[in-house]
Design a protein around this ligand. Structure first.
Ligand code: F6P
Length: 324
């Protein structure tokens, strides 16, 4: 029997994001083209620890580029914070012949990748896959565009019913620590106000703005609130109390994580997957792939983890000024 080709592992970790499948496809196809075997690891680092994996051939990743979710399943793995589990995962990689691992996920997943590389000597490359777009080294994360479009579609529907009933709709969008979805959909939906975790909000200012607009015959309102801001229930109650307008809360929730990825997500995921394999072929490790000003780049994983992404307060300011 001939010597087995070297293997590249691929896993998705953390919250799923539309476009992860496109990234899995790209990693698989690029790696096989370059002569590697590809091992798909299921349920993130948990699956690696438990040996839940199967070889991916080109046809295993057919017909997935358009699908939301992740065919590899995903999970958050608390054990991976402990070095003994990281070492166990590295041992598993050695056993499976995995020399390089592509981790598709958010910053928690990259922390795991950095540890696996440092403690276990496995070459790791991260691909930013999260709807939150909260990773510093990249302007763009896989899933972000689809999630924003899903949220916007829902808000457009809410607008119809708010208009019919002269109501104010408070819409909670995802983003426990990040207001990127919120600020973009607020701008795109013409929301009267937007509350994000990065910036303080003033409920009296929001109520006053609504009241003033109401005086000029504006009868329905959208207020976008990111999940990470205090309590959207309280914001809803306060607006109702301070303005006297019938105000309802809609929490969009996990619907934002599903659905067929947009063109942008599919293309970005494919480019990032391809580049991740190129980096592994070059013998690189501890890198995160990203998109900066339309170009695919890669940066040190620690840099991606330690720097905080500055929030687009200018977009928030413009959104506020345009809505009255
Ligand atoms: O990180 C993606 C994300 O959807 C956040 O926007 C949200 O706060 C979080 O995951 C929800 O996580 P879970 O699905 O584990 O409740």
């Amino acid at each position: 029997m001939g010597e087995q080709a070297k293997a590249i592992g691929v896993l998705t970790s953390g919250g799923d994001a539309p476009g992860m499948n496109a990234a899995v496809r790209a990693v698989t196809r690029a790696a096989i083209r370059k002569g590697f075997r590809v091992i798909g690891i299921q349920r993130g680092y948990n699956g690696l620890l438990n040996g839940e994996c199967k070889e991916l051939k080109p046809r295993n990743v057919s017909d997935i580029i358009q699908r939301g979710g992740t065919i590899l399943y995903t999970a958050r793995c608390k054990e991976f914070m402990q070095p003994e589990y990281v070492q166990k995962a590295a041992d598993k990689c050695h056993e499976l012949g995995i020399e390089g691992l592509v981790v598709i996920g958010g910053d928690g997943s990259f922390r795991g990748a950095a540890d696996l590389s440092r403690i276990g000597g496995i070459k790791c490359i991260g691909i930013p896959g999260t709807i939150d777009n909260d990773i510093q080294c990249t302007n763009y994360t896989i899933g972000y565009d689809t999630a924003m479009n899903t949220a916007l579609e829902m808000i457009d529907k809410l607008r119809d019913t708010s208009q019919s009933h002269d109501r104010c709709s408070v819409v909670e969008v995802m983003g426990r620590h990040a207001g990127w979805i919120a600020v973009n959909v607020a701008m795109a939906s013409g929301a009267i106000a937007c509350c994000t975790p990065e910036t303080p909000y003033d409920i009296n200012y929001i109520a006053e703005k609504i009241r003033k607009a109401h005086e000029t015959q504006k009868e329905h309102f959208i207020v976008v609130v990111a999940e990470g801001v205090d309590s959207s229930e309280k914001i809803t109650e306060d607006i109702k109390k301070l303005t006297g307008i019938d105000t309802r809360l809609t929490v969009l929730g996990h619907v934002q994580r599903g659905g067929s990825p947009t063109v942008r997500d599919r293309v970005a995921a494919s480019q990032m997957g391809y580049r991740a394999v190129e980096l592994l072929c070059d013998g690189q490790t501890n890198r995160v792939v990203g998109l900066k000003h339309g170009k695919i780049i890669d940066v040190d994983i620690q840099e991606a983890l330690t720097m905080k992404k500055p929030f687009d307060t200018e977009l928030l300011r413009m959104c506020d000024e345009l809505a009255y």
